[in-house]
Design a protein around this ligand. Sequence first.
Ligand code: ADP
Ligand code: MG
Length: 398
Amino acid sequence: MYQNTDYRNRRYNQARTQKYSSSRSRSRQPKKAFIHPSKFVQSAKPITKETYISKHNFIDFGLVDLIQQNLQSMKFQIPSPIQDQAIPYGLSGRDIVGIANTGTGKTAAFAIPVLNKLISVHTSKAIILAPTRELAEQIEQQCLTIGKTSGLDGALLIGGVSMRNQLSDLGYNPRIVIGTPGRVKDHLERGSLKISDFNIVVLDEVDRMLDMGFVQDITHILSLVNSDKQSFFFSATLDNRVKKIIESFSDKPIYISVKMGETSENVEQNVVEYSSVNKIDKLHDILIDSNTTKTLIFDDTQKSVEKLSRELVARGFSADSMHGGKSQAQRQRVLKKFKTNEIAVLVATDVAARGLDVSDITHVINYSLPQSYEDYVHRIGRTGRANKVGHALTFIEQ
Ligand code: ADP
Ligand code: MG
């Protein structure tokens, strides 16, 4: 229930104590694309005063009082550019394709119009899909805050956790379902979820979902929702595969793009040259620098991530790891520790590259090269958020 978040917190706590089967993410290691090292070097532009002037205040959108009040308690005062432009169309019922740099408030850009509709039109139902479990949880958290005290019933359908709580939540006929494509499909197949009367669909980070091989699941899910629906597609990047999905499942969508350049302008980007004998020492030197207070390190595989994390702990760093080989409960615990500064270094596979909103990460380190430039853009988008200057360092073999 969106009435009070305690109910959900309790449910999450119960879920955490259960034993989960460890689930492995779909991992693949295709050949990496060549990226010229010069693309990893760019100085951060000085932070200038807002160059974008919002046309609206939240109050201008005519939102239901409850959302208005919740936004105030969240200290959301001025809509971000993507929110400023997307919310009016979202409220008017248009299909939306929103493209904006990472960290610019895309979640609320869809969550506000979606929740406004759920609260004001009692027959409406929404399904929101995201590529990773963590992202789905983060979206749910934001929806719970924006929709607090609305009394809406919701369900979070993600893999790696037991079905029991999800089945119980589905028993309440939730009007807002948030999940990852795989688990949503499982529920559809079991018959525990029916979505033919769902008339709002959101796909967040849709390009990533396609990368992860979810194209068939998504197509299947989209084909089952009500044909008279409103859809939202949000992503930091737009390519042909994404366009194809959009074209087949939306009706004259409005494209809103407020992308400011490929990477966030407030990320200072540089390379670190290493030889096979000194790689870890180079990393050590960076981590002991006093400016490096919160670091996210990317490495290739579950195994290499685990190994590096152990090595850093042995060297006295407060580090931990996150990858698809860990249970969802472990992943949640580690992420929480990183968010609350219980650990200063998180070593991860690309499972942590997308969408995660951890404030105040000072450094993103590509200990191994990303698969593609696009993956690079997403990895480094974890720093330099909320107008802070961030640093991205990419290890290049000499
Ligand atoms: P994106 O999906 O574009 O990467 P998020 O939706 O995760 O970005 O938002 C990034 C951060 O900005 C979040 O912590 C969110 O709470 C905050 N935020 C979003 N919109 C606003 C706003 N209008 N005012 C203040 N903070 C905001
Ligand atoms: Mg996002």
